[in-house]
Design a protein around this ligand. Structure first.
Ligand SMILES: [Zn+2]
Length: 262
């Protein structure tokens, strides 16, 4: 697949390019793509005025000695790991688990990045959304995007990577967590930290009617309107408060959410 075919494939989705798009992409899922992640970003920018992606950095995190209860964290347990934590800086590379696309967007000459030390976002023509974020409101960019009828796009990834679902959870009153990260000369307390996304594929039967499913290269692509997704998650959680939690018995965050529901 080459650049021109990629642009064409996105055009075929018939999306409104004046609306922003929050992209979660696995570049390798597209198959053979000449130019890789740069070309994917270029093709998205041919179709959309604003492209945003999560650029999370987990190596800034530290585990303190004490903190709030039922926070799915073993206080004082990771002193050795704390020593390996790094102070956040604006050009800190994106965590490898976020994929090469996120790092490519972050490094784009026209990109800006928000300053949350763990849950930053990067975007092009997206200052309005990035500036909405604060230490206590990590998902504010998503709220601002949803308000502007943004799209959420998954390229070769499933809903366990769909960060927008966390906004629906939080608006439904689902428990959030507190985490800590190194920022210049201090430890920043990051509240409103989202729960686990391991069970998010359970949203699919409810969202399917509203998802534009497509195939681009070898990748399965899903595009949806973010506000519809957020509303669907809220409806789902109002009828089943434990919906979208994962099945892993050892998942501390999902256990903590369940404990609060009892
Ligand atoms: Zn879980």
């Amino acid at each position: 697949m080459n650049f021109r075919q990629l642009i064409k494939a996105f055009k075929k989705l018939k999306l409104d390019g004046s609306r922003p798009v929050l992209v979660h992409a696995s570049v390798s899922s597209l198959g053979k793509l000449k130019g890789g992640s740069e070309q994917l970003l270029g093709a998205l920018l041919e179709n959309f005025d604003s492209v945003i992606t999560p650029t999370f950095t987990f190596k800034t995190m530290i585990t303190p000695e004490t903190g709030p209860e039922n926070n799915a964290i073993e206080y004082g347990s990771k002193l050795d790991l704390n020593k390996m934590s790094e102070i956040f800086y604006p050009n800190m590379p994106v965590d490898k688990r976020m994929g090469i696309f996120a790092e490519t967007l972050r490094k784009h000459k026209e990109a800006s990045r928000s300053t949350h030390p763990i849950l930053s976002f990067a975007g092009i023509n997206a200052e309005k959304y990035l500036n909405a974020q604060s230490l206590s409101r990590p998902l504010a960019p998503i709220a601002a995007l949803a308000k502007d009828k943004a799209y959420t796009m998954l390229i070769g990834l499933d809903h366990t990577r769909n960060t927008s679902i966390h906004l629906g959870e939080q608006l439904s009153g689902r428990k959030t967590f507190t985490r800590w990260a190194l920022v210049s000369d201090m430890v920043a307390e990051c509240t409103g930290f989202p729960s686990c996304s391991g069970g998010f594929n359970a949203v699919l039967p409810y969202m399917s009617p509203f998802i534009n499913f497509a195939k681009i290269g070898d990748a399965e692509v899903q595009v949806m309107q973010m506000d519809v997704l957020v509303k669907t998650v809220q409806q789902l959680l109002s009828s089943d408060s434990s919906a979208l939690l994962c099945d892993n018995d050892e998942c501390h965050r999902c256990q903590a959410v369940r404990a609060e529901l009892e």
